[in-house]
Design a binder for this molecule. Structure first.
Ligand SMILES: *[C@@H]1O[C@H](CO)[C@@H](O)[C@H](O)[C@H]1NC(C)=O
Ligand SMILES: *[C@@H]1O[C@H](CO)[C@@H](O)[C@H](O)[C@H]1NC(C)=O
Ligand SMILES: *[C@@H]1O[C@H](CO)[C@@H](O)[C@H](O)[C@H]1NC(C)=O
Ligand SMILES: *[C@@H]1O[C@H](CO)[C@@H](O)[C@H](O)[C@H]1NC(C)=O
Ligand SMILES: *[C@@H]1O[C@H](CO)[C@@H](O)[C@H](O)[C@H]1NC(C)=O
Ligand SMILES: *[C@@H]1O[C@H](CO)[C@@H](O)[C@H](O)[C@H]1NC(C)=O
Ligand SMILES: *[C@@H]1O[C@H](CO)[C@@H](O)[C@H](O)[C@H]1NC(C)=O
Ligand SMILES: *[C@@H]1O[C@H](CO)[C@@H](O)[C@H](O)[C@H]1NC(C)=O
Ligand SMILES: *[C@@H]1O[C@H](CO)[C@@H](O)[C@H](O)[C@H]1NC(C)=O
Ligand SMILES: *[C@@H]1O[C@H](CO)[C@@H](O)[C@H](O)[C@H]1NC(C)=O
Ligand SMILES: *[C@@H]1O[C@H](CO)[C@@H](O)[C@H](O)[C@H]1NC(C)=O
Ligand SMILES: *[C@@H]1O[C@H](CO)[C@@H](O)[C@H](O)[C@H]1NC(C)=O
Length: 768
């Protein structure tokens, strides 16, 4: 008995030791991956879905720092609010502090300070040095941040500047620069400060929004001064301890000075009030909080809530870093602002910084559902509540504003995907469907607002080009982005069909509408020896369209992708698409051409830097050539993603890029809006995905190299122990109650897939 207790004890100690080491997945997160080279990843401090993202704001006077960070340039501040991985124009960079040495005569004059060396950071911790020999260390929680400054021990004055008018500027000159619109700050007798700032614009063309802050110093303040400033007068000290402004003309801020070299500050934020900002701070980082402890808590939260959701047999550090860093970056936004919605009171959860569904609906949301069923249900309730209170579902909601919509009303795809996969919980699907119907039937107000880059119709929400779509079943060039919007509207209408059918509502009209992308398919349009592409058209027929031109933007026929690319969009109608493109051999040739190096006059056709072509490498499954899917998608993954600071092919886009990569590692690809997953090939000998509620998906591979570099062709597959010969499976097969995928891999392609093709629901009922 005693002996067995002892053995048991020894065993427990061993298990605990092993699991303690094994469980710290944060060691594989490199927060600088994808921060350079246009990836725009945010390397600062954040909790999963955290409202606070505390990190540096770097200026070099000519390039935009979209997430605040850039590897070169000077610090303009360290701010609590940032976006993850977005492009277009910077957003936030608000609620800031900046340590400065010496006498500061004009504090509100856009002061920057040089950096010394390279910033260092890991999950929950950021460290930077200024060229005034000040070390800045950052840690944080969901709604508050902690600053630790170590000043040089010289006699020079040690200051911290709080500039309520600070934000991330935009140098591109595209009319999307944020501006400051007023603010105020008060220093109280105990030395704490409260205030707010108002700002507007940014990529999503937001009107004015306000953020409230509450800051404390845990170090004795020697002097404090509040200031106002205009560019002409410079900073003027106030006698009252407060500075107020309700205009963009007058900046406000405060300067705090210290004798001690060690200065600690804690700052909370709120979208509601300064009182709430102080409460958030008190709840999360009370006085005398332990900085190191805060970092540990951040790591624990990431490990428990995010990183431990996927476990693998991988031993290759590069792959482990790619996997866990990707998981990390996909969970920075949207932000969980439940209880922090300034415009309405609701008992529903509230998430924002959905930046954007246009980017996320293919891979991001489907993976969020798998890994975070609880948060995901909250996110869906939140977008339906946004419709309830503001009239439309969002596409690119930031600073609590729905704009801006690049293509279709793609929240419809997200809702349909959840619906067909059985997400119910506390979601009011009656309302969810009503919100989708609004997108499909009611054009948003054309002039609310006028978007100078696309003045034909509002880009704020919904479907701006709806009148043509409803009247003609195509979109004329009277509307900007007519072709790319049309193919997306068709996808959106298929999504409506899915939910309508499930709810027993009239659904046929939406299935019919989902086929209208075909109205843009011009069989006579040619490029590179292929014919049949989606092109511009009006009532008199098709119009000249440069099929290979992928440079379009807001005012053009196609947005950020070519007609070649957008012709592959409507995979709910894949069988018809393949027919229109000349049948399966021609389709295979066309896909091959898409991936042929330099096929388009020396450039590649496939664009790994953006979302519209995410699904294309996987479309070989629709002609039962999953071996070519594996070849192309693996080549793309291995050649476009790395662990370097420029390791992403394009803007991360809220983690969209990273989720494409994670699906590539898993060996499945989600067909959003359907319960279908396309099968390709996993990277590792073993992967276990925690599906929540005690369910797991177990993926094993024998015969591979445990890293996905070689021997990646599927020889045989068993799904839940049963031999499998189709290139797809459903949510119900392996996710709903968990399941297993057992791959046998090898060097040479095998024709293992002889079974039925993946569903093409819009094609089937017309016999296409
Ligand atoms: C400070 O920066 C803002 C935003 O870039 C700019 O509008 C303003 O003119 C600058 N002020 C000074 C004094 O340089
Ligand atoms: C910059 O960092 C180096 C290395 O830590 C240090 O020796 C030097 O004094 C620093 N210079 C400034 C201006 O802080
Ligand atoms: C502070 O500024 C906000 C607007 O930015 C305003 O609503 C508020 O009334 C101001 N507070 C004071 C005390 O002036
Ligand atoms: C802040 O400055 C004012 C004006 O000099 C002074 O009266 C007050 O005591 C200072 N507060 C703190 C906490 O140092
Ligand atoms: C700035 O502060 C000075 C000194 O208190 C005051 O006279 C002036 O009215 C303030 N300017 C603005 C625009 O608030
Ligand atoms: C802060 O927390 C760390 C880690 O938990 C601990 O080692 C350290 O002793 C704590 N420091 C203080 C001052 O309590
Ligand atoms: C780890 O993976 C990378 C990326 O696939 C590969 O280049 C490298 O050779 C691998 N390292 C080892 C030791 O297998
Ligand atoms: C929300 O409710 C609180 C408490 O009843 C109230 O003070 C506040 O004004 C309400 N906010 C809105 C936006 O209705
Ligand atoms: C979102 O935030 C609310 C309020 O803090 C919290 O109750 C909820 O659990 C959070 N959701 C998740 C998934 O963490
Ligand atoms: C459309 O928006 C404009 C600008 O906000 C507004 O003036 C107008 O009343 C709105 N029209 C309708 C029908 O709501
Ligand atoms: C496009 O706009 C023109 C000018 O308003 C109009 O005459 C034409 O009918 C419109 N085309 C379509 C297809 O609605
Ligand atoms: C497509 O490319 C693959 C791999 O290079 C090749 O084996 C196949 O024959 C090509 N298909 C056609 C139809 O040309």
């Amino acid at each position: 008995m005693a002996g067995s207790i002892l053995r048991h004890f020894v065993y427990l100690v061993l298990v605990l030791t092993v699991s303690c080491q094994a469980d710290d997945y944060t060691q594989y997160v490199d927060v600088f991956i994808g921060t350079d080279g246009g990836g725009n990843d945010f390397p600062g401090v954040s909790r999963p879905f955290g409202m606070v993202k505390l990190g540096p704001d770097v200026l070099n006077g000519k390039n935009d720092a979209y997430s605040g960070y850039a590897s070169t340039g000077n610090f303009s501040g360290f701010s609590l609010m940032h976006e993850q991985g977005t492009g277009g124009a910077p957003k936030y960079g608000t609620v800031t502090q900046l340590p400065l040495v010496g006498n500061i005569s004009d504090p509100l004059s856009n002061i920057t300070v040089g950096r010394n060396g390279t910033d260092q950071a890991s999950v929950g911790y950021y460290n930077a040095w200024t060229n005034e020999s000040v070390m800045i260390e950052l840690a944080g929680t969901h709604r508050a941040g902690m600053f630790r400054y170590t000043f040089p021990s010289s006699d020079d004055t040690k200051n911290v500047l709080v500039d309520a008018s600070h934000f991330l500027p935009d140098f591109r000159g595209s009319g999307l620069a944020q501006t400051y619109q007023g603010g105020n700050i008060t220093v109280f007798n105990d030395g704490h400060y409260e205030g707010n700032g108002a700002y507007n614009n940014g990529w999503n063309r937001s009107p004015d929004w306000s953020i409230y802050f509450c800051g404390y110093f845990d170090t004795t303040i020697t002097t404090n001064t509040t200031y106002n400033a205009t560019d002409s007068t410079g900073s003027i000290a106030q006698s009252s301890g407060s500075a107020f402004s309700n205009s963009s003309e007058t900046r406000v801020g405060a300067l705090f000075s210290f004798n001690s070299s060690d200065v600690v500050s804690r700052v909370g934020i709120s979208w509601i009030s300064t009182t709430r900002a102080c409460q958030n701070l008190e709840n999360e980082i009370p006085p005398n909080s332990n900085f190191t402890q805060l970092i540990e808590e951040t790591k624990t939260e990431w490990n428990n809530d995010v990183l431990s959701k996927i476990k693998t047999s991988a031993t290759n550090t590069t792959s482990l870093q790619l996997l866990y860093s990707s998981l990390y970056f996909m969970h920075l936004i949207p932000t969980n602002q439940t209880g922090e919605q300034p415009a309405w009171n609701s008992t529903e959860p509230y998430y924002q910084d959905i930046f954007t569904f246009w980017d996320l609906f293919r891979c991001g949301t489907a993976l969020m559902h798998v890994l975070q069923p609880v948060a995901y249900e909250e996110q869906l309730r939140s977008i339906i509540d946004i419709w309830r209170n503001e009239g439309y579902l969002p596409d690119a909601r930031s600073s609590n504003y729905n704009g801006r919509t690049q293509g279709g009303s793609n929240a419809d795809n997200v809702l349909a995907d959840a619906y067909v996969k059985g997400v119910r919980g506390q979601i009011n699907w009656h309302d969810g469907f009503a919100a989708m119907v609004k997108d499909a039937e009611v054009q948003p107000n054309n002039t609310d607002p006028v978007d100078p880059q696309a003045p034909d119709s509002s880009t704020k929400e919904g479907r701006g080009a709806l009148p043509d779509w409803l009247e003609y079943g195509f979109i004329s060039p009277n509307y900007t982005r007519s072709v790319s919007r049309a193919v997306e509207y068709a996808y959106n209408d298929f999504s409506l069909y899915q939910v309508a059918k499930g709810l027993g509502e009239q659904s046929d009209q939406y299935l019919n509408r989902s086929r209208n992308w075909r109205n843009h398919f011009n069989p006579d349009a040619t490029a590179l020896g292929f014919s049949g592409f989606v092109t511009a058209r009006n009532l008199s027929g098709f119009q000249e369209t440069d099929v290979m031109d992928s440079t379009g933007y807001w005012g053009d026929l196609l947005y950020e992708g070519s007609a070649w690319a957008y012709s592959f969009t409507d995979i709910h109608d894949a069988a018809a698409m393949i027919d229109l493109m000349g049948g399966s051999t021609a389709f295979e040739e066309r896909l091959n051409k898409t991936f042929e190096a330099g096929a388009n006059d020396g450039s590649n056709i496939f664009d790994p830097t953006n979302e519209p072509m995410f699904a294309v490498p996987y479309l070989y499954n629709y002609i039962n050539r999953p071996d070519l899917t594996v070849l192309q998608s693996r080549t793309i993954a291995k050649s476009n993603y790395s662990t370097s600071s420029s390791g992403l092919p394009g803007n991360s886009d809220a983690g969209a890029m990273q989720t494409w990569l994670i699906w590539n590692m898993i060996g499945l690809y989600p067909v959003t809006g359907q319960n279908t997953f396309l099968i390709h090939s996993p990277w590792f000998d073993e992967m276990v995905i925690d599906l929540g509620s005690g369910k797991e998906l177990n993926i094993t591979a024998t015969g591979g190299d445990n890293n996905g570099d070689s021997q990646y062709y599927v020889q045989e597959l068993r799904v839940n122990g049963q031999s499998w010969n189709q290139t797809w499976l459903t949510w119900q097969d392996v996710f709903e109650d968990g399941g297993s995928l057992e791959f046998e891999l090898g060097d040479e392609p095998q024709q293992w897939a002889m079974g039925p093709l993946p569903p093409s629901p819009a094609s089937e009922s017309t016999g296409s």
